[in-house]
Design a protein around this ligand. Sequence first.
Ligand code: WQD
Length: 343
Amino acid sequence: MTLLYMKVLVTGGLGFIGSHTVVELQNEGYEVVIIDDCSNSSENVLEGITSITEKTPLFEKIDLKEKNKVEDFFKRHHDIEGVIHFAASKAVGESVEKPLLYYENNIGTLVYILKELCNKNKASFIFSSSCTVYGQADKMPITESAPVKMAESPYGNTKQMGEEIIADTCKVTPSLNAIALRYFNPIGAHPSSQIGELPIGVPQNLVPFITQTGVGLREELSVFGDDYPTEDGTCVRDYIYVVDLAKAHVIALQRLMNGKNSNNYEVFNVGTGTGSTVLEVIQSFEKISDKKLNYKIVDRRPGDITSAYADTTKANEILGWKSQYTLDEAMKSAWDWEQKVRS
Ligand code: WQD
């Protein structure tokens, strides 16, 4: 049973995954407060959330690197019982160029929030982690017990370190309960097309690049390599629909708030369990849009792994969560959103 009016802080709640999670939280009756510094998002997202849920979440534009502002926020909102922490920088390439920015943004802010939560009698914390912690795993599908490989970038390192910081803190803080969700590749947009992904500049990720090419904003998609040891030579990933992913956060939070967790720090993979090649993703786009996509095969992208898809048994059986949407449905939502944004 969902307890009504429980107050939840969503950091980065105007971002791609954050905004979809705010919608699902509000649909479940939670009172949501968003903190976002709008460095990679826009305040207009609030309108999208409001039009879907008929409720405007509280919003404070705060830079979480400012420790005194974080302290002041938690003083004013002393009744916050749960935090879903999305706010982070996420561009892999940029993190290589500016490592300290990433350590400050992703680690410094995490520490400030955890410090506040440790002062509470009881607190629930959900952390945005990533399948990137596995690197190129030896076995597919990837289970949560697969070894965490050396990070390939400062960004990936911040996710690994983030998990360790939370685990270490939970060990000595019984009042703190946390879950790290390791996302695979989130895609799509809300079915209403009121919120979705808004990459700044040239998209680095596959699906927004495809939809921007489809709509004519980009001339051609470059497919990075077709000589990988996979079915058709292109890389395999597990593309998870963002609304399914958002729901996993609500279920994880409920698990903690209802005291159903078996340990005060748990980790779950969040994916579909199915791998798709880049060419299969292109085919899906062509099917749902009834358009031919302009693409060419180019060299491999440095740093890309061959294959990554999730074993979702733990999330299915212990969390009680399972992805519902197909790749085609997720792709259709991304395409609808792209067309709406450009119209
Ligand atoms: C997917 C596939 C590319 C763009 C991302 C994040 C990573 C982690 C997981 C968060 C790959 C191919 C892409 C293009 C292409 N997320 N591709 N042409 O690399 O799995 O990683 O999700 O922690 O940090 O970066 O996702 O969408 O970039 O690529 O051929 O223009 O599409 O080679 O095989 P990736 P992606």
